[in-house]
Design a protein around this ligand. Structure first.
Ligand code: NDP
Length: 465
């Protein structure tokens, strides 16, 4: 590691962190999710800065919280009635110290600059942990694909890509899917990119198998999250066999989390969407999972319909007046939050712990509030933070990029094997880093520090850019 351009006057780590955090809040007002993500990483970095004053003198924290570039743009499109609709599009290019920007696109009405900045910030450390050369980025729109026809989704995607295409490329910035962006949306986005640029390249990941996609990419986030859980349990000489598992969401990550849990002999008992929670005491078996996949991916229906089809299941509608989510008040050995940010608050964490939950592996990004995370760590729950536990998705996107560059495709077994090995390596890195920095078992510190060091050192090596 090079020393970089040293500046005089090194502050104490605690003071430095507080000063930078204050600046982050004042320079980025009304972005609570971004503040939360930065705060969590900074708390872990106190330990690092004590050993590495060069990160303070080189102002690495000020630099790492500032996106390299932010694009915000108008996305006009016609709905099926011929009315003009206007949405807002974004791409945050957060950090390219270790590779091209890489991170998903989210289409959801809640999308705003602060949410995408939190996701892009998390992505920087997550991508670093994967062991692959990928920088961090994130993007999306406040467009809501729910209730839209395929033609409306296509027209929106084409308009969105008409602007986005000037900023991305296979060696610059490679977007993928996230909430509201699955195979259908990636197809329309890729089609428009190819049409405008007249080039067939790996500019997006999550592509269809016939046109450059990778086997296992759709499954990767969920499978990876379960592989990570299995690694955590191994440290206690335990396994997922027979474990009752609470899974939230019913989209891409949830579906393949449930599939891999079934492969490993566990018993998933819940799914949810924004309208409510399904609890199936008999367990969601393969037949029921296939039914959910058809409901969500083809019919684009709501989970409440599960209780009409499978009579023993209970549907609990979302009640915004509740101070907790009833899903996390159910009895389970392991929890796999796979819907969205901050879906587990302190009350939910307390409910899980009181009901004997021994493991939380985060499929969604930042699903636990800072208070909930603290409770899990204090209670010595095996806690796999999102940037480690759900990194299998982007890792397999990295494998898709490699296959595209080499113009070949690997078998299902080969990709799954690489994914599995990457998840084992990520867990090992987090586990050992937590020990090295004097907080054994704290994978939050392990992930934040492990992810940070590689990026920070690359930034030092590359000078003040
Ligand atoms: P999908 O759009 O496929 O599914 C999202 C699921 O979460 C849906 O069931 C959705 O319900 C529910 N959900 C979304 N927002 C809310 C909300 N505000 N309140 C309650 N439920 C909500 O997305 P993914 O499965 O791809 O993503 C889920 C999470 O995993 C996100 O946090 C994402 O960032 C993260 N992730 C995804 C990766 C991937 O490869 N896809 C990679 C790494 C992380 P409804 O249909 O009602 O909106």
């Amino acid at each position: 590691m090079s020393a970089g351009i040293m500046t005089p006057g090194i502050k104490a780590p605690g003071t430095y962190i507080e000063e930078v955090m204050t600046k982050v809040k004042s320079k980025n007002p009304a972005e609570p999710e971004f503040h939360q993500a930065v705060q969590e990483v900074f708390e872990s970095l106190r330990l690092v800065l004590e050993r590495h004053p060069e990160y303070i003198s080189e102002k690495i924290l000020e630099r790492i919280v500032e996106p390299e570039r932010v694009m915000m743009f108008r996305v006009p499109w016609f709905d099926d009635q011929g009315n003009v609709q206007v949405n807002r599009g974004f791409r945050i290019e957060m950090n390219s110290a270790i590779g091209p920007y890489k991170g998903g696109l989210r289409f959801h009405p809640s999308v705003n600059l602060g949410i995408l900045k939190f996701l892009a910030f998390e992505q920087v450390f997550k991508n670093s942990l994967t062991t692959l050369p990928m920088g961090g980025g994130k993007g999306g729109s406040d467009f809501d694909p729910k209730g839209k026809s395929d033609n409306e989704v296509m027209r929106f995607c084409q308009s969105f890509m008409t602007e986005l295409q000037r900023h991305i490329g296979p060696d610059t910035d490679v977007p993928a899917g996230d909430i509201g962006v699955g195979g259908r949306e990636i197809g329309y986005l890729f089609g428009q990119y190819k049409r405008i640029r007249n080039e067939f390249t790996g500019v997006l990941t999550g592509k269809g198998l016939n046109w450059g996609g990778s086997l296992i990419r759709p499954e990767a986030t969920g499978y990876g999250c379960v592989y990570f859980a299995a690694e955590m349990l191994k440290t206690k000489k335990d396994s997922l066999e027979g474990k009752v598992c609470l899974v939230s969401g019913s989209g891409n990550v949830s579906q393949y989390t449930i599939e891999k849990l079934l492969d490993l002999g566990a018993k998933p008992v819940t799914v949810s969407d924004s309208n409510g929670v399904i609890y199936d005491p008999d367990g969601i078996d393969r037949e029921k999972l296939a039914w959910i996949m058809e409901l969500k991916n083809i019919k684009r229906g709501r989970v409440r319909e599960y209780a009409d089809r499978f009579k023993k299941a209970l549907f609990m509608p979302t009640d915004m007046k509740l101070d907790h989510n009833p899903l996390w008040a159910l009895k389970g050995d392991c929890a796999f939050p796979s819907a969205t940010q901050n879906e587990i608050n302190a009350k939910d964490a307390a409910n899980l712990i009181a009901n004997g939950c021994k493991l939380v592996s985060e499929g969604a990004n930042m699903p636990s509030t800072l208070d909930a995370t603290k409770l899990f760590l204090e209670a010595k729950v095996l806690y796999g933070p999102a940037k480690a536990a759900n990194a299998g998705g982007v890792a397999t996107s990295g494998l898709e990029m490699s296959q595209n560059s080499a113009r070949l495709s690997w078998t299902r077994e080969e990709v799954d094997d690489r994914l599995h090995k990457i998840m084992i390596a990520i867990h090992k890195n987090c586990y050992e880093t937590a020990e090295t920095y004097g907080t054994p078992g704290n994978l939050v510190n392990g992930a934040n520090i492990g992810g940070f060091l590689k990026v920070a050192n690359a930034m030092l090596d590359q000078g003040l850019v």
